[in-house]
Write a protein that binds this ligand. Structure first.
Ligand SMILES: Nc1ncnc2c1ncn2[C@@H]1O[C@H](COP(=O)(O)OP(=O)(O)OP(=O)(O)O)[C@@H](O)[C@H]1O
Length: 263
């Protein structure tokens, strides 16, 4: 049996009286795309924060490639092979695209501040090599971004900012990459380009898995191998989108939200 890339078992977190994530089980296989969907406030981002070490779970287990990483701090989890993007952009606007990606490599570079002070030549050589690798990575992800690699990130339109964030996440050479609403703020054309980028990245990196929170049903219907639905912190469905979308519980979860919005 193949080992799962990511295994989440009975994962829960409470904030005071609120159980934001409740006994969630998830399996993400190598080379798989799994989308997490669910109404606003269902607990999707909190689940990401638990997996990536921003929050410590109240109970449950997270395993990466068979290794128990539960409760590890975020930087250790990143170094172990989980990269992520956030709903709101975390780019350095005053740095070029290449430098933003170089920063994403920090879990893979060896020189620290002390090295830079004590062995500046070695640190400089490592930085030059990182810039070359960052440039190559940008080229492999998107010719469009490659043409803009020396621009400041702050000058990029929204869709390119998202692409760059994915490039930066990939720079740490992760086993699992988690994208939090990658298509938000994109039109249909940009969303199609994003899906093409993800497929290209996957084709070039056998074994890499994607966990994606998404609201755009066009993407959810087309991109993932599987979909997991979260509602009130619990997983209420897991399977092919075509089947999951017809489940009464899933329809109720979304209808409940629409009713609340119209109240
Ligand atoms: N640090 C926190 N302290 C207290 N409550 C929190 C905290 N983080 C999240 N919550 C609560 O947990 C619940 C789940 O929030 P979360 O942001 O995970 O939902 P979501 O599914 O990602 O929503 P959206 O689709 O709107 O981004 C919400 O009720 C939220 O208010």
């Amino acid at each position: 049996m193949t080992r799962s890339a990511l295994q989440v078992t009975n994962l829960s977190i409470r904030f005071g009286g609120l159980v934001a994530v409740a006994d969630v089980d998830l399996t993400l296989n190598p080379s798989e795309v799994l989308c997490i969907i669910g109404p606003n406030g269902a607990g999707k981002s909190t689940l990401f924060n638990l997996i990536s070490g921003i929050y410590r779970p109240s109970s449950g287990k997270v395993e990466l490639d068979g290794r128990d990483i539960t409760g590890w701090p975020a930087h250790r989890i990143a170094a172990a092979g989980i990269a992520r993007t956030f709903q709101s952009s975390r780019l350095f606007n005053d740095l070029t695209l290449v430098d933003n990606v170089v920063i994403g490599m920090h879990t893979r570079t060896r020189s620290g501040v002390l090295d830079a002070l004590l062995r500046p030549r070695k640190a400089r050589a490592e930085l030059t090599e990182a810039a070359e690798r960052a440039t190559e990575l940008i080229r492999s992800i998107s010719p469009h971004l490659y043409a803009r690699r020396h621009m400041l990130a702050g000058a990029l339109p929204q869709a390119d900012r998202r692409r760059l964030e994915i490039a930066r996440a990939l720079a740490s050479e992760p086993k699992v990459i988690m994208l939090d609403e990658p298509s938000s703020g994109m039109d249909d054309r940009d969303t199609d380009a994003l899906m093409a980028d993800v497929r290209r990245v996957m084709a070039e990196r056998p074994g890499l898995s994607f966990l994606i929170i998404e609201h755009d049903m066009r993407l959810v219907a087309a991109l993932p191998d599987r979909v997991a639905v979260i509602d009130y912190g619990r997983k209420i469905a897991d399977g092919q989108f075509a089947e999951v979308r017809l489940m009464p519980r899933v329809q109720e979860a979304y209808l409940g939200q629409k009713a609340a919005q119209h109240a």
